[in-house]
Design a protein around this ligand. Sequence first.
Ligand code: ACO
Ligand code: PYR
Length: 567
Amino acid sequence: MPSAASDVPADTGLPLGDTFHVFDTTLRDGAQREGISYSVTDKLAVAALLDELGVGFIEGGWPGALPKDTEFFARAAAGELPLRTAQLVAFGSTRRAGLAVQDDPQVKALLDSQAPVVTLVAKSDVRHVERALRTTLEENLAMVADTVRYLTDNGRRVFIDCEHFFDGFAADADYGLRVGEAAVAAGADVVVLCDTNGGQLPGPLSDTVAEVLRRGGFRVGIHCQDDTGCAVANSIAAVQAGATHVQCTANGYGERAGNADLFAVLGNLITKLELPVLPPGRLADLTRVSHAIAELANIAPNTHQAYVGSSAFSHKAGLHASAIKVDPDLYNHLDPDAVGNDMHILITEMAGRASVELKAKELGLDLSQRPEVVQTVVDTVKNREAQGFSYEAADASFELLIRSALAGADAAEPERLPFRLESYRVIVESPKNGKAVAGPSSSEVTSEATVKIWVGNTRVVATGEGNGPVHALDSALRLALEPQFPPLRSVELTDYKVRILAGHAGTDSITRVLVTSTDGERDWTTVGVHANVVEASWQALVDSVVYAVQSADQPASASDQQMQPTE
Ligand SMILES: CC(=O)SCCNC(=O)CCNC(=O)[C@H](O)C(C)(C)COP(=O)(O)OP(=O)(O)OC[C@H]1O[C@@H](n2cnc3c(N)ncnc32)[C@H](O)[C@@H]1OP(=O)(O)O
Ligand SMILES: CC(=O)C(=O)O
């Protein structure tokens, strides 16, 4: 890793070179989000992903303030973070008031980090200088100048983050400009205007950026928090006003409401403003990198996140689907492939014929020549959703519904169900002495289920146990079916969600169950609805098993059997 600015490659490998900076602070400001606590290994992995994406700068943390960040820079310097495109940045503050810069241990830690670039946070609002730093305006300017000069003299490139710049500028514009000028005179490259409390709106923020550029005569960057929900809009407005350095965090992670989301900012800069700020071909990594970082941050991805959310290109309304069938561009603001995302058609009560046809195509079923089947499916979905079913998240049940409609419409190809239910029974038993221990332990309360089914002409009776009635039913059903349908051995239930749908009174409410299963390669979700939670669960389990059997390659012995229900 280069240890000084002189070692920094002049050619950044970025299409705009040094003229535009995409500066990521996921590992510093993003880590200030409530609930995030990266290990050093996580931080190295996040940095590697950001480098793969092709950002220009990765702020890794505050060495000297957080032991984990000190270790992160040490491990990066030791070769654990080979960077292709990005340069590593260490964050810290200007020297303490009244302390010589060379004696300030946290400034020394910035040099020790060996990062070639340093971002220094500085006060630029007179009220913060006087009330938070409790020093004079002149001493603050000296703190900025001394620290920048010391770092640049030691070969570092320096950016200066002016905290609370916009509020400070409104109160005393001249002082804000003097801070920027002092930093630049001492050797700083970029003066980053920070909306630290996130209270700005795009119009006034854009006016301030333009005025600073006019009066300050230095390079301007932007750093926006999201407290007004405008961090992305503010960042884009600043760039349009002339900022050439934009600080963001992956998925908008950050303190309070977060920071400007790197992925939305990149999507907007590249596809809307046509600024090629990433190396060619990397835009298509946006969705993958967003989700991988969410995984490392241990935060469920935001499904509705612009550009990269799994719902960012999902269409629910029938009228939208009907236009999309003609041309997806009619309802998508860009081709989802461009950012590595996919379009989805959601099937709900709002679906029309086009929605069903497009969704079937997504599932590999061509209904374009089967208008009567499409209409049957539309009608069935609308009726069932009115009863409480929800197909939006239950693609497998929806596929079964299409297959059933196809079979119903086609006398030559009647529906082939793997089994027919005769009956099931579930027993839940509390301890004989009646003293179940309070708490989540299930060993005190046992469940047992018996299923009686017909597989072809064979009657099978199986009993299973489980830590709850649904688990017991699932065990019994598999015991009964696995000998005939070996692929079921690799199928597991991975998620079980219950929702009570209110009726007119508590007692007549109905229950919707969603079951997610996996065979290790694919996941699928099925739905059941009934007033009785066990029956609703059974319906979802049966759909899951039928889906598994129908979509797996059947061994000759099983597929040769007569699958028709026998009477
Ligand atoms: C807007 C932002 O997000 S900036 C980034 C903020 N991030 C963090 O604070 C995370 C890491 N922070 C830390 O680990 C600790 O706060 C430290 C190590 C930086 C400082 O810890 P401590 O010395 O224990 O003090 P504390 O956290 O109360 O900070 C207050 C001190 O910092 C000084 N300070 C605050 N801002 C600045 C600044 N921009 N420049 C120089 N000194 C500053 C204050 O004057 C005060 O110094 P004093 O104790 O000599 O009066
Ligand atoms: C520097 C920074 O994180 C801020 O001002 O918000």
